[in-house]
Design a protein around this ligand. Sequence first.
Ligand code: NAD
Length: 245
Amino acid sequence: MNVPAQLIEALRQAQHVVVLTGSGVSAESGVPTFRDAQTGLWSRFRPEDLATPQAFQRDPKTVWEWYEWRRSLVTEVEPNPGHAAIARLEQQVPQLTLITQNVDGLHQRAGSASALEFHGNILGNRCFDEHRVLGDDELTPGTPPTCNHCGGYVRPDVVWFGEEIDQGVLDTALTACARCDVLLSVGTASEVQPAAGLAELALSCDAVVAEINPADTPLSSQVHFCLRGPAGELLPQLVAAIEEE
Ligand code: NAD
């Protein structure tokens, strides 16, 4: 693919770049997106029916076991060239804000200095009743484990469907998107709010916006550039093009 020259130039000139990622950026690492069929034992469940507080209250054991399965999956995989390219881009521009909807921690493992984890981190734990973030020594093992402080159930430290994004994280993300010069929307279907609105905010504030995704999304018709293909191939090409003289 030829990376559009105007996009390369915009990235070279940019003072502040936002990279917004969704589960597509981890697909080439072997982490399935929610839209991909779940495999094996879990194929009869819809993620939308498991990743909610109501599902946890109804059947904490099943939801916990699903997260245990997803946790083992995430710890067994490696970051891919797409994650690595984003970490490299951070070295090339004066300021980069990475906002990820992913909960897998792969950006940090690829070397990104910081990632705003919009939907939390799947490896973290929190008390269901009191919302307290818990270290390993603050819970009693079980399916699910229980909180040593209140005795209630422990849940993964992620944002479930229907839950609010952490206000501090949301504010930082909104400010970055309102002020950035370029936003790259990578591997996200742009359907889950409020993350989906971030690229639109950047557009309305006159940023150059490019989408990197093999498929069309509701954002595609609004952006300046659509780069069609897998992030693990296109991002390294994009970053190499910026480095070329
Ligand atoms: P999404 O918005 O993350 O959609 C996935 C998008 O990735 C689709 O548009 C698809 O075309 C695109 N895609 C697939 N392969 C790609 C590739 N190789 N390169 C670039 N793009 C690619 O929606 P979802 O998957 O339904 O997820 C919903 C929510 O759950 C989001 O918050 C998501 O981040 C989260 N989630 C996170 C993980 C993870 O942490 N890895 C996994 C599953 C879901």
